[in-house]
Design a protein around this ligand. Structure first.
Ligand code: 6GU
Length: 233
């Protein structure tokens, strides 16, 4: 997969993408990430990318030319899936990460300022928000999108199966995990996990996942139950 991130703050995203699973995937050439400063594509001699809004009002608006020029300079941009990060976008969820992980080429625009010129929208395929709160720009949101998407590409995680158990992938939160020591300050690891009985362990983990989801995320639990009923369980 190739991902191009369009931003005016490349240093907000570059160092993060060099770390951990994403960094390793890039290093192993399983993934190509380019961080593009679209300020370099401003037609303005001062490289300005924003301007005051027509009709007046507070704040600045991102101009259309730097963004569209930067977009057109990307190799293969015609066939790429193009996304704008904005609080006005579709609320992001695991199913979106899964869907995006199947694309060969993503282009991700980080929005900024009070807003962007409305004519930018027509050049992109979808708009995504990572939640109902306001960030100063789309950079952190783009990192969320990239990290959650990249880890789902086959061959990127250590074990191919390690995201099969993820919270959300089956509609349940994950079961509790334990490692050594067996006892810490009087708190013991549940006996069943030491039993070596794989059937009993699986049953316990499933029950704990259900209990935890019911308590913490009744919204997810309701969706899960409905899906189970539909499947005749
Ligand atoms: Cl994608 N951008 C900004 N600026 N704020 C957000 C967001 C995106 N998602 C949630 N809040």
């Amino acid at each position: 997969m190739k991902i191009d991130v369009l931003t005016i703050f490349p240093d907000m995203v570059k160092p993060i993408l060099g770390q951990s699973i994403v960094g390793r995937a890039v290093h192993e050439k399983k993934l190509e990430i380019n961080v593009i400063d679209f300020r370099d594509h401003s037609p303005n001699k001062h490289k300005k990318v924003d301007d005051t809004p027509y009709g007046g009002g507070a704040g600045m608006v991102l101009r259309v030319e730097p963004v569209v020029n930067a977009l057109r300079a990307i190799d293969g941009h015609e066939h790429a899936h193009k996304i704008i990060m904005t609080p006005q976008g579709k609320p992001y969820a695991q199913a979106d990460a899964s869907r995006l992980s199947t694309h060969d080429h993503l282009i991700v625009l980080c929005g900024h300022y009070e807003g962007f010129d409305e004519r930018i929208r027509a050049h992109f395929d979808e708009e995504i928000s990572i939640g109902d709160y306001v960030l100063t720009g789309g950079e952190v949101a783009a990192l969320v999108l990239v990290e959650s998407t990249v880890r789902l590409i086959p061959g990127i995680l250590n074990k191919d199966a390690s995201h099969q158990d993820d919270s959300f992938s089956h509609g349940l939160l994950e079961y509790p995990h334990y490692t050594r020591p067996r006892e810490f300050e009087g708190e013991r690891v549940p006996e069943v996990l030491l039993s070596g009985n794989h059937q009993a362990i699986e049953t316990w983990r499933k029950a704990e996942a259900v209990k935890r989801t019911k308590a913490r995320r009744p919204d997810l639990f309701e969706t899960y139950e409905k899906a189970q009923k539909k499947r005749g369980k």
